[in-house]
Design a protein around this ligand. Sequence first.
Ligand SMILES: Cc1ncc(COP(=O)(O)O)c(C=O)c1O
Length: 401
Amino acid sequence: MALKSPWRADFPGVLALEAEGQTYLDSAATAQKPQALLDALLGYYASGAANVHRAQHLPGERATRAFEVTRSKAAQWLNALSTDEIIFTRGSTESLNLLAYGLEHLLPVGGQIVISAAEHHANLLPWQQLAKRRGLELVILPLDQSGDVDLHAAMRLIGPHTALLAITQLSNVLGRWQPVAALLAMAKAHGALTVIDGAQGAVHAKPDVQALGCDFYVCSAHKLYGPDGVGLLYGRGEALAHLQPWQFGGEMVLDADYHEARFRPAPLGLEAGTPAVGAVIALGAALAWLSELDHAAVAAHEGALHAELLRGLQARAGIRLLGEPQLALACFHVDGVHNADLAHLLSEQGIAVRAGHHCAMPLMKHLGLGGAIRVSLGLYNDGSDLQRFFTALDNALELLR
Ligand SMILES: Cc1ncc(COP(=O)(O)O)c(C=O)c1O
């Protein structure tokens, strides 16, 4: 009996793709959306759009209230102490760029920024560029065979010069929970700032920023069954107080003159310009929908699907997995087969998977690969999706080998 997702019917996009003969296995790139989100988005626009925090009129008050409800829901979702610790951005990429600019003044010249070898470009390039701007050293923590940061090496590399640690919680290529607790403890022992890239992690376990004890945590709504164009940046109250704005304009100002200005504290001081009002309101609906789920049942379903995915890949000759993925996804390479050719043949059979470097080019180079295929799962996937994938994979490999 193929595994069945009890949540699939809530996702019109999954059903529409299925009716078109498409099997969606690319949720690590972006997730499909529940009906509750579509209803909230339509409800907001259909009842009258308005800008937030500025207007005294009824639609403006209504939009502001709904917008701020999402902030409270996001604070609850992340287990932040206060709603003021939640900043809306455009996504994880923007959150990390905001941090790289807004923390620059705190990092001493000659200090070190520490990241891992598994980082997505979004958690590499902002720090790399900051290191160049400011004369800092970028230190890369190596990985072990399974794909985890090597803690022995980390113990050597994190030290008194470490000014900031930025680490992914769950790798988008290797599918491993990184040992963030141990790494944060090392960094904090040296008084360093700590940043967690939760773009993938937030999707597969409810984050608890207080338990993590990080200064900053970022994630993207669109991967979390929410809308495009919205990201969450959590900042621990004390750390957030030192984060400087990197964008200037409307909404974030306390007082402005032609030659001087004073800015609001977080969160509004870090949200210059008109935000994605409708999308933020829709994110509130997605978070409400997510909060209602039986999280143990979701984890069990995703775990069973993932085990089936690994079993199928490991049973086929010539397939090499990248690391030892624990959940959510698997990246693989087939000996003698170019990943783009394989992706093309899979796509021709209606299988939507991702091929290429997965925005982690240095990791791919380190693994000696030009690219890999990634199959990634959402809670709406069924065993039948995997069966279709494996049938298509066998057909493609027969042609290519
Ligand atoms: C681990 C990780 N970090 C950061 C990002 C960037 O997210 P976004 O494109 O939503 O800004 C991604 C997206 O794939 C990711 O997987």
